[in-house]
Design a binder for this molecule. Structure first.
Ligand code: FAD
Length: 316
């Protein structure tokens, strides 16, 4: 069990700045996010889009803002728990017990929910037996590319992730790239690069039809719109069909919900549960603006609220 002053759910821009506001008050936080990296919407939805409304920064991209926020909190040596969704919370002896879907357990007097529009989750590959092979032969992101060295990989998708990984993994593995449309959505220069190097077998207007294997995948069958079938020997499937946002378990924690947001007070952004705060896009109050700068303000005040419960005998 990990003991801390504050558990932060969500490593979007608002969760990251909350780490700073807690850190300068001497409070330790642990940050959990379902994604494999920090940045929330800034990094997943618009890494290259310019942002013009952060005080003191005339212009930066979503990716640059994330990098700067991470640099700003570096002194606090915060632990990040990526690829984990907070599933369950319960109160025991005036402390919150927080459990993730990977069974990691935290205990803390405070929880800050900075969950934005919900946890980002990969759109699943719909084919019989996918669950049997997920996490073993079917992946929705790449943590360690060395696993694929010398293997046969079928990559599904038409966006940047599919194109980038097809190009990268073709250096160490036999790659087939399968897309259900003729046109790819990803960057044209990556597609040109793929076609030029000729190492990746590209199949367009095909979709997965079935998987063959026992303990591990041996091959897959893909089917064209016209009904033509091709068998491809495959050790691993990488599926990049984009992300969906799910509010998920947050709705089951007994919080005062208003549609897909959590109602808070505007004094310290505490919810109807003592020691649970909500900031950023996920909170609602009269006049709420879904902007990063509003989330920073909310984080500053929530951090003061957390101090009261984490260090009840000390003065801020
Ligand atoms: P998010 O960025 O949504 O991050 C929430 C994180 O919480 C996610 O990473 C998610 O995976 C995680 N999470 C949720 N639930 C769980 C759970 N149960 N367990 C684990 N992790 C969980 N704002 C501006 O101020 N300026 C702009 O120029 C601007 N441009 C935008 C452009 C676009 C295209 C979009 C879509 C938004 C824009 N915004 C802009 C809005 C801004 O991005 C959001 O206000 C901001 O991202 C909110 O930050 P957040 O940290 O509250 O939530």
């Amino acid at each position: 069990m990990i003991k801390t002053d504050v558990v932060i759910i969500g490593a979007g821009p608002v969760g990251l700045f909350a780490v700073h506001q807690l850190g300068i008050k001497g409070l330790k936080s642990e940050v959990i996010d379902n994604l494999d990296k920090a940045g929330g919407q800034c990094i997943e939805l618009y890494p290259d889009k310019p942002i013009y409304d952060i005080a003191g920064i005339p212009k930066c991209t979503g990716e640059e803002l994330t990098k700067n926020l991470l640099k700003q909190i570096k002194p606090f040596k915060t632990n990040f728990h990526f690829n984990e969704r907070v599933q369950e919370i319960k109160n025991e002896d005036d402390k919150w017990i927080v459990k993730t879907n990977k069974n990691k357990v935290f205990t803390s007097p405070n929880i800050i929910i900075a969950g934005g529009v919900g946890s980002f989750e990969p759109r699943k590959l719909y084919v019989k037996d996918n669950e049997k092979y997920e996490g073993k032969n079917i992946f929705y992101s790449v943590n360690d590319k060395n696993k694929f060295n010398g293997k046969k990989i079928s990559i599904f998708g038409g966006g940047d992730s599919a194109l980038d990984w097809a190009l990268e993994l073709s250096k160490i593995a036999k790659v087939t790239l399968i897309h259900r449309r003729e046109q790819f959505r990803g960057a044209p220069h990556t597609l040109n690069e793929l076609k030029k190097n000729g190492k990746v077998d590209i199949k367009t207007k095909y979709q997965i039809s079935s998987i063959q294997g026992d303990d591990n995948i041996k091959s897959i069958i893909i089917k064209s719109d016209e009904g033509k079938e091709i068998k491809i020997e495959t050790d691993y499937i990488l599926s990049f069909f984009g992300l969906i946002m799910k509010l998920g378990p947050i709705t089951e924690w007994g919080l005062n919900m208003d549609k897909k947001t959590i109602k808070v007070n505007t004094q310290n952004f505490e919810t109807n549960k003592k020691g649970i705060f909500a900031i950023g896009d996920i909170c609602s109050y009269p006049g709420k603006l879904k902007l990063i700068l509003s989330g920073f303000h909310e984080g500053a005040l929530a951090a003061r609220g957390c101090f009261k419960y984490a260090k009840p005998d000390e003065k801020l």
